[in-house]
Design a protein around this ligand. Structure first.
Ligand code: PLP
Length: 387
């Protein structure tokens, strides 16, 4: 179906941060399949793990024990401070599991019409429940009636959440620690801690969508780890399989016990191939100390963009958290994607006017600098401000 406005390029192979098209032209990938290929393309360890597992066992069923799934669940819960994991195949499905956990939590408290607090500018996926939770009318348009039970407040606005404190139908707060699709919106440093307090005071679940910000992108395993809090529910996907589809909904305490046999499931979720790939991803991030590297690369690129564009009129902000980078302009700039492609760099524009970069953690300094130079020059040319 005509679901995507595709660019006129088809990549045939990749290596590290580079992709090659059918004509043999190469491109520097500053988008990583939208935050997925965090270890770059054709990473030898991931390739070897997939190849080896494909030769042993790709899929059995969640009717049986799945060894790599168990190991991955143990690893992820240890890394995140959660207690249990449910595996699925995408971000939207991980968020569906989170929403279902909140509904079960409500039903256990005899709340018949439960509400989850969600944010303006958020993105949680394209299934009916997750698009209903999403704070973007364009994504909801034409799909009504939406799933009920979401109440929306502005992002990074603690008083707006606090104002709902007396509402007995609220059961959870569902929020991205950094909004990705919404424009790389980074809240105040104490935002999550304030939400945690409100959730504790009201008996609400704090549910974090780390589909985009998780698995190391911000320089920690999960973005919430920059704050001294733990969520009750945590979702991740994207970079977890470096391109092999996998999502996870992690939970802690009472929230981890709400889904029971028969109440949720997935045919493919957590199969031996996907979980083996994800284990290899975690191994490489740990072995190569890529959390520290992602943080350092993010600082380097942010500093480069600020130096090049900080005084450029038309650039409203340069912001980032690790390798989740955004350059906000004062005008729509979607056409920059094509201009960058012509220069051999893959970028994205989100929320109309925010250039979004989600490069792999394995970039060399020279590759990072090259992205900064090419994108900065493009932005200056686009804004007609050639200093
Ligand atoms: N949540 C966030 C924060 C995302 O960035 C995305 C995808 O961009 C999703 C959910 C949906 O993930 P998927 O496309 O894997 O369903």
């Amino acid at each position: 179906m005509n679901t995507y406005a595709r660019l006129p390029v088809c990549f045939e192979r990749g290596s590290g941060a580079w992709l090659w098209d059918a004509e043999g032209r190469r491109y520097l990938d500053a988008l990583g399949g939208v935050a997925v290929c965090a270890l770059g393309h054709a990473h030898p360890d991931i390739t070897a793990a997939i190849r080896d597992q494909a030769g042993q066992l790709v899929h059995t069923s969640n009717l049986y024990q799945v060894r790599h799934q168990q190991t991955l669940g143990d690893r992820l819960t240890r890394l995140s401070g959660m207690d249990r994991a449910f595996f699925c195949n995408s971000g939207a499905e991980a968020n569906e599991a989170a929403i279902k956990i909140a509904r079960r939590y409500a039903s256990g408290r005899n709340i018949a019409q439960p509400k989850i607090i969600v944010m303006e500018g958020s993105f949680h996926g394209r299934t009916l429940a997750t698009l209903s939770a999403t704070g973007n009318m364009k994504i909801q348009q034409g799909f009504g009636p939406l799933v009920e039970g979401f109440t929306r407040v502005p992002y990074n606005d603690v008083p707006a959440v606090e104002a709902l404190s007396g509402d007995k139908s609220v059961v959870a707060v569902f929020v991205e620690p950094v909004q990705g699709e919404g424009g790389i919106n980074i809240p105040a440093a104490d935002y999550l801690a304030a939400l945690r307090k409100l959730c504790d005071r009201n008996g609400w679940l704090l549910m974090l969508d780390e589909i985009q910000s998780g698995t190391g992108r911000t320089g920690r395993w999960f973005a919430f780890q920059h704050a001294a809090i733990l969520p009750d529910v945590l979702t991740c996907a994207k970079a977890l399989g470096n391109g092999v589809p996998i999502g996870a909904c992690l939970a802690r305490g009472a929230a981890a016990e709400l889904l029971q046999p028969g109440s949720h499931g997935s045919t493919f979720g957590g199969n031996p191939l996907a979980t083996r790939a994800a284990l290899a991803v975690l191994d490489v991030i740990e072995r190569d100390e890529l959390l520290v590297r992602a943080a350092a690369l993010g600082e380097r690129m942010l500093a480069g963009f600020r130096k090049n564009l900080g005084k450029t009129s038309g650039v409203k902000a340069v912001r980032g958290c690790g390798l989740l980078l955004g350059i906000e302009l004062d005008r729509d700039c979607g056409e920059l994607v094509k201009l960058a492609l012509a220069e051999g760099v893959l970028i994205n524009v989100t929320a109309g006017r925010v250039i979004r970069l989600l490069p792999p953690y394995i970039l060399t300094d020279a590759e990072a600098d090259r992205i900064v130079e090419i994108v900065s020059a493009l932005v200056q040319r686009f804004l007609g401000d050639v200093h």
